[in-house]
Design a protein around this ligand. Structure first.
Ligand code: PAN
Ligand code: ZN
Length: 188
């Protein structure tokens, strides 16, 4: 028959290698500098252009009957006092949900709806987080080691980055004298 064949993927965590390799997305500061609050600090880091995160995608068809899955490795760091984070997105098909499972490091999952509702969850090894339909989502590394999590979501979900690029999330996660604080996004 023509059924899609089952397969395993192995993530070698200590080397940040996925086998088979799949599609790797690499985001450096220059790919997202405008999303950070402190533009002066962003510019001063631009020569160094640090690696902010990598996404290791398992390749499956982008259709509703499949489940996309991937590993994100979000590195520790800050732009000014704002922690390294992912770009964040709504799903292109807005009502597609997602599950995150953290297995290394610590961070926050920030979410909001188009009506302006805002929620955030802490993630640490063992945390399973549910992003329900219609919530934009972004992760933030609030720790000092790589923050690593697995994600799974419907195959046809797609990614809509534009809305978040324009106005961002209502809140930003910053270091305030050694403490992790959620503060209003002045640009929202
Ligand atoms: C995740 C994210 C991944 C990177 O797999 O795509 O963590 O974040 P950005 O896509 O916002 O750059 C996910 O939510 N997929 O749907
Ligand atoms: Zn998503």
């Amino acid at each position: 028959t023509t059924h899609f064949k089952p397969f395993n993927t192995l993530f070698l965590e200590s080397q940040s290698i996925l086998e088979p390799k799949g599609k790797v997305i690499t985001r450096r500061l220059s790919d997202m500098a405008e999303l950070y609050q402190d533009q002066k600090s962003a510019q001063s880091l631009m020569d160094e252009n640090p690696l902010v995160y990598e996404v290791f995608n398992v390749e499956v068809p982008e259709s509703i009957e499949h489940i996309q899955h991937c590993i994100t490795v979000l590195y520790p760091g800050k732009v000014g006092e704002e922690f390294f984070m992912t770009k964040g997105h709504y799903h292109e098909i807005l009502n597609r949900a997602e599950i995150y499972f953290c297995f290394k490091g610590e961070g926050k999952l920030v979410m909001q709806t188009q009506d302006g509702d805002y929620e955030e969850l802490d993630m640490k090894p063992g945390t399973i987080s549910y992003v329900p339909p219609n919530w934009a989502h972004r992760t933030v590394n609030t720790g000092e080691e790589p923050f690593v999590f697995f994600a799974a979501y419907p195959g046809d979900a797609g990614h809509n980055y534009g809305d978040i690029e324009k106005i961002g999330f209502r809140k930003v996660i910053v270091n305030e004298s050694g403490e992790v604080k959620t503060v209003d996004n002045p640009r929202y």
